[in-house]
Design a protein around this ligand. Structure first.
Ligand SMILES: [Zn+2]
Length: 398
């Protein structure tokens, strides 16, 4: 049990109460304050820390004390332009925290694991329209069809996003007990699930195998996690392509065997030659396109051997049209292509195991979180994200 100031205050109060002859109140570790702080996006590039009364916890609800939450590209878009028309909104969907109170009907998480006060949890999708759907039915449905905390319209509860100090997880939400993961790993679950899904999609082509030569184009957080997922699957022959040496050297730490800086090659023929050289004279069996650049999409076909495969996952949002030559790029080479977007609930659960395995083989996953800010400095966190500084930016509560 960790003794913090609120614990001490409580113990003192209990002792004083018992001295006065009053029975001591039965409470869980750490008293729940009367109000909660929420970072509310109230206008474009305007976040205000608001204080709301702590909501009542219904029979199916779970009150979670937030420990941390990653800043996502989606949050940054919403902060700058409000494309989803959500303002005012409490953002933050890559969050995690500790259960401080549970409704009487809540016994297990969405995977059937027991839940109790003190457990560390994450949430995934909310099935408002179909609360009976279970995670095992969901292999065909990605998160596009559901709501998530952190992208919900404001309501009279207000505690709807993870950029806050408390969040109310309501009945019908998916919640997972991830007490066996450390805080950094838990903050990285959501972005990692995107790559678990992409690799699962890639596997459907039948081309990705133990001994495959795999090229990963783009070494932002998505490309770097992609490399880590491939390594945990036993794929060892990975070439990373990016234009920044810092990112390329991190790609090697994450398990890439070789790195190709596209700035050192002028023209696509030369670049494809660079990738081929990095594989010791072979083109890739499989490619993951992890940038949002149309030119990068056009280029990647040139890295792939005849009969190879491609997973396109970089265009999370519309980045414009890309030009390819259908004869040379797909038809004559017989390339098998899959697209990948977000994840399913099943991928979410797989991600917990991936994170343990990545640590087990010594991949420095936690180094992906390059910046941490307290809730009060959330504006700084967003600005750092928008400047494209660092990799994953996180808000971490004390
Ligand atoms: Zn996200």
């Amino acid at each position: 049990m960790d003794i913090n100031s609120s614990n001490i205050e409580q113990i003192v109060r209990q002792v004083l109460d018992s001295m006065n002859g009053k029975p001591a109140a039965v409470v869980a570790s750490g008293a729940i304050p009367a109000t909660a702080k929420v970072a509310m996006l109230t206008g474009l590039e305007k976040i205000e820390i608001k204080e709301y009364p702590m909501p009542l916890v219904g029979d199916d609800d779970v009150l979670v004390k937030v420990e941390g939450c990653g800043v996502c590209g989606t949050d940054a878009h919403e902060y700058k332009r409000d494309p989803f028309g959500l303002i005012p909104v409490a953002l933050g969907h890559e969050g995690t925290g500790e259960i401080v109170k549970m409704g009487k009907n809540v016994k297990v998480d969405s995977a059937g694991k027991p839940l109790k006060v003190g457990d560390k949890v994450v949430t995934c999708m909310i099935f408002k329209d179909n609360p009976d759907i279970t995670m095992y039915d969901l292999n065909k449905q990605n998160v596009g069809g559901a709501d998530v905390y952190g992208l919900l319209p404001d309501d009279d509860v207000h505690l709807n996003g993870w950029f806050s100090d408390y969040i109310l997880v309501r009945g019908g939400s998916t919640i997972f007990n991830v007490s066996d993961l450390d805080l950094d790993s838990r903050i990285l679950i959501e972005p990692c699930a995107v790559l678990i899904h992409a690799v699962e999609r890639a596997k459907t082509t039948g081309i990705l195998r133990f001994n495959s030569r795999v090229v990963v184009q783009g070494c932002g957080p998505i490309g770097l996690i992609c490399i880590a997922v491939l390594r945990t699957m036993g794929i060892e022959n990975i070439v990373a392509v990016d234009g920044e040496e810092k990112r390329l050297s991190f790609a090697k730490e994450m398990g890439a065997t070789a790195a190709v800086n596209f700035k050192n090659h002028s023209g696509i023929e030369a670049l494809a030659g660079g990738v081929k050289d990095a594989f010791g004279g072979y083109l890739a069996d499989f490619a993951f396109q992890c940038t949002g650049s149309p030119v990068a999409h056009s280029n990647i076909y040139k890295f792939i051997r005849n009969g190879g495969g491609l997973c396109e996952l970089g265009f999370f949002i519309n980045g414009g049209d890309a030009t390819i030559n259908p004869h040379f790029d797909i038809c004559s080479k017989e390339i098998t292509t899959v697209g990948s977007w977000v994840y399913t609930l099943r991928d979410y659960a797989t991600t917990f195991d991936f994170l343990k395995r990545a640590k087990g083989i010594g991949l420095p996953i936690e180094k992906l979180i390059t910046h941490k800010y307290p809730l009060e400095q959330i504006d700084e966190a967003f600005k750092t994200n928008l400047k494209m500084e660092g990799l994953k930016i996180a808000v971490v509560n004390k």
